[in-house]
Design a protein around this ligand. Sequence first.
Ligand code: MSP
Length: 512
Amino acid sequence: MHDVSRFYLTTPIYYVNAEPHLGHAYTTIVGDALARWHRLLGDDVRYLTGTDEHGLKIQQAAEAAGVSPQEFTDDIAPKFAAAWDRLNISNDDFIRTTEPRHKAAVEELLQRCYDAGDIELDTFAGKYCVACEEYYTDDELITIDGPDGPRADCCPIHLRPVEYFEEENYFFRLSRFEDRLLDWYAAHPDALKPEHRGNEAIGLIKSGLRDFSISRTSLEWGIPLPWDSKHVTYVWFDALTNYLAAVGFGDGTDSYRDWWPVDHHLIGKDIIRQHCVYWPAMLMSAGVDLPKGWAIGGWLLSGGEKMSKTSGNVVDPLDLVDDVGLDGFRYYVLADTAYGNDGDFSIDGFTSRYNSDLANNLGNLLSRVATVVAKKCNAIGTAPNPDSPLAAVAATSYADAAAQWDVVQPSKALEATWQLVRATNAHLEVNEPWKAEPGPGVDAVMGDALEALRIVAVLSHPAIPDTAQAIWERIGLPGQVSDQRLPDAASWGQYIPGAAVTKGDALFPRLP
Ligand code: MSP
């Protein structure tokens, strides 16, 4: 049995130097599905997303646009919020790092780490990638051919030359935390998911930890250090703290503990170091509990490359939704890639998954059921058979889906759910109710199919909420699918016979 509890889930906060794209939408949709699943379990869910608005990258983008950084971020942050509305993201909060609550939390965390003796002043010279907001050592840099010949000083992620910086910085003494971090992860072997991504994090720690710079004097756009206002907080120390700020850390009370520690930080594989190495060390230093979990996703590639503003291969998720429909898009994003692996986005890949899983399987199932019930049962839903062979399939589908949502594997959870869709189509094909005379035989087969659709509506709600509700209504059930509670709602035999079944337009018209 699942313990009903508070469930706090976060996405990375997105840089506002670019408009929302498919790469951002990917993690946000995974988080949304997970949040909805936990609401179905009866958990008190808090799903947080937001925008990362400080730092050199934003300052430069604002300069290039000829506006102040505040004006610049005030323009872009609402575009993220609007994109998430359009994608039916059920976030409970949206944090901007320019908000007072965030500033209070950053000051509190900085002060605690400083008081613990883990932040110290030092001089730093190094090569910095502004796009990553990260320093690199010479052996981490790579050679790229440029217009003036090969350059050996390029960032391995953004493939462009780094910049040389020299300044007096405050440093967080990360090197002191190597053993403590390894011990903590050894004691919490399930904290990092999936395992292969978790191993990358452990590998980073084992390869040795360098102190990292947490402040700049050359930067204006950020939060000043509470004890030395010539320095502005380095972007990662600032950004990571959003997760605490959103639950009230720094408000002078301990209320953040109602939600903290967070259940899962959803992150991309490119920000493992900051989230799984820097962040837990910062929390240890500050005397704050460590997260319960991190769920690390791969990249959504387009033609084999990470989709990003810098690569110029950005797909606007909203354009896509206009073309292919919201739930088709959400389903594809969730079902096509095992979370943790890279996915390759293509229109052909989208079309084939949409046609097979949505048009031919789920959509076809609903349309067949509604047609036969209209013709043979006077459009009135019939009772499921308590001993239906589909009852066992439904139980397995639920159990497998629950286990997969639990380990943040939406694609596998949906695969488990679609086992029931496929088994129900097969049940109809074996029994051929469309050929039989009306009567108890047809009624029993259709009752089973309606009951299976009821359970499919509940189990698929996290991925395709509008469609799940449409199925619910077409099979004549009252209320909202989102108000159903698992595991009860997945148990066989709850379809209400006598409900009016309606046949509407195709849920997912086949794509050419
Ligand atoms: N602002 C930082 C995160 C701070 S969290 C305290 C940041 N922002 S970002 O906008 O560049 O990226 C945010 C997340 O989006 C990262 O996890 C990154 O992996 C993810 N994605 C950006 N492009 C992506 C793809 N093409 N595919 C999948 N996710 C990608 O990093």
